[in-house]
Design a protein. Sequence first.
Length: 174
Amino acid sequence: MVVSLLFLALAFFAVGQAGATRNGAQSAADAAALAAAKESRGQFDLGDLDGPGWADLFDGELVGENGCEASHTYAARNGASVNGCAELGDGRWGFRVTVRSVKPVGDTILPGTEGRHAVATATAVVVPRCAFEAADDKKAPSPGSLDCEGTELDLDPDDLPDMSDLFEVRLTED
């Protein structure tokens, strides 16, 4: 009976070790996806937009540059390597990242776990905090105004807001 309880305890330990490796990989995937989306948001140049471009940006028709390079750095900082990073192709501005843990589950009482690595996927999207309203006069110096969570802001082409003030980055469940 003692041997059975000892075996059962070791089996639970092995499952716990695998779960910890999986959780670490998920954290790395989350960090990598957020980094890719933030990098893409940060590379977007608001100064390149014309009047209609502002409406396209807040309607989700424009997206920033590819941010996948940043995903590799954050995955590595969290003990994983990126297996895949891709822009979302479903009309949302964001990235889906798949990572693989660098360290395997390790030696346990369960055979075959010593070479197994955890794999995890995460998706991060860039979503607007504001709604854009175009200026009535096409020749106005401002392309329009933004309603950011109840705060009205007239756009000044010479003093544009930061992208992090206009768009947030968050994880989604896909």
